[in-house]
Design a protein around this ligand. Structure first.
Ligand code: KG4
Ligand code: ZN
Length: 349
């Protein structure tokens, strides 16, 4: 039997769901003790997007060194670990399998629990690594390459979906629009950089689905609007103006829906997480909204908005009582709705 509660031993977290390979160590006494990451950006850049097979192979190449680096940095030897957390989904199946296999191997060798982590729950909890950390309940805006979710968070595993994108995720819209503007992969941060030199008011793009009630999003029409406007963009300055207009449209749309959700739910805390949460203009707009409405606003640091293992180690820590004995069927899943999660069993609710 594994110890079920009050186990303060450090948790190793492993992230390999997409194109970042990462390992981190978290424990209750010290908090985040170490984190190490390798980004595959350069590997995928020449293909203009993530190539799943190459991603899996590179995770295999990198993961052991990163685990070792995180343990060394934390000053922890494997025998001191209390559990191994890994991203079990959603994500690329082959990529997930790498982290899961390494985690299962370590958990077996050390005879400690194996803790499957939901990637979006990990993103959602990333602001818990900051100070001050948000307390439950809060409204969460999760904006990544695969998801755009507005979630009422009443506790760990108590998630009510308030709205989501009916088509492209917001990060995906950033990436596809960036590609149309001739920017290299990954497009989101590149587009944001180009937008900085853009002038306001040169292009007027729609704020999709803001003219009707509801908390759903749609970003594919916006992408088409950019494509239609592209011939008028002409030179480098024109493309910067268009990038600026796109970023304004996306961030204003997100802010409008967040404001609606705040008004509908009365939450006093707002958490923003996921890769697009790194976007400076989005942070600015939500900052303005927060001060207008007297909300407390929480973001992870920039490096923990995009994929990382610190958030996985933390989520694993939060769910350590749910660790399973290694040796059974290895759990990975490319699709896994956040709302399927339950509160931890040991809390009894
Ligand atoms: O959370 P994440 O690292 O991976 C997923 O779980 O999807 O998010 C990656 C997404 C990509 O679409 C990337 O272009 C976008 O986040 N992103 C940004 C910025 N930084 C990353 N989008 C806009 N502005 C940024 N500064
Ligand atoms: Zn992610």
């Amino acid at each position: 039997m594994f110890p079920r509660e009050a186990d303060a031993r450090p948790i190793l977290g492993i992230e390999t769901s997409c194109d970042e390979t990462a390992a981190a160590v978290y424990d209750g006494a010290r908090g985040l003790a170490a984190h190490a990451l390798h980004s595959q950006i350069r590997l995928h850049a020449e293909y203009g997007g993530v190539v799943p097979e190459l991603a899996s192979r590179d995770h295999v190449r990198r993961i052991n060194d990163l685990v070792r680096a995180a343990l060394d940095q934390a000053g922890v030897v494997p025998a001191q670990l209390g559990g191994i957390a890994y991203t079990a989904g959603p994500g690329l199946i082959g990529a997930l399998m790498v982290g899961a296999s390494v985690a299962a191997g370590l958990a077996t060798a050390l005879d400690v629990p194996l803790i499957p982590v939901h990637h979006m729950e990990a993103h959602l909890l990333a602001p818990m690594l900051e100070s001050p950390a948000p307390t439950f309940p809060f409204l969460a805006l999760l904006v990544s390459g695969g998801h755009t979710l507005l979630v009422a968070v009443r506790g760990l595993g108590r998630y009510e979906l308030l709205g989501e994108s009916l088509d492209d995720a917001v990060g995906e819209a950033f990436d596809k629009t960036a590609k149309m503007l001739g920017l290299p992969y990954p497009g989101g941060p590149e587009l944001a950089r180009l937008a900085d030199s853009g002038r306001a008011g040169c292009f007027r793009l729609p704020r999709p689905m803001t003219d009707r009630p509801g908390l759903e999003f749609s970003f594919s029409g916006l992408k088409t609007a950019v494509l239609t406007a592209l011939p008028q963009a002409g030179d480098e300055q024109g493309r910067a103006d268009l990038a600026h207009a796109f970023q304004e449209a996306v961030t204003e749309t997100l802010a409008i829906k967040v404001q609606r959700a705040v008004d509908a739910t009365g939450f006093e805390r707002l958490v923003v997480a996921g890769g697009v949460g790194a976007n400076r203009r989005l942070r600015e707009r939500l900052g303005e909204l927060a001060s207008r409405r007297g909300l407390q606003l929480f973001f992870p640091r920039q490096a923990f908005c995009t994929d990382n293992a610190a958030m996985v180690a933390y989520a694993g820590w939060a769910r350590r009582a749910e660790g399973v004995a290694p040796g059974g069927k290895l759990f990975v899943t490319p699709r896994w709705p956040l709302t399927e999660l339950q509160p931890p069993r040991h809390q009894g609710n």
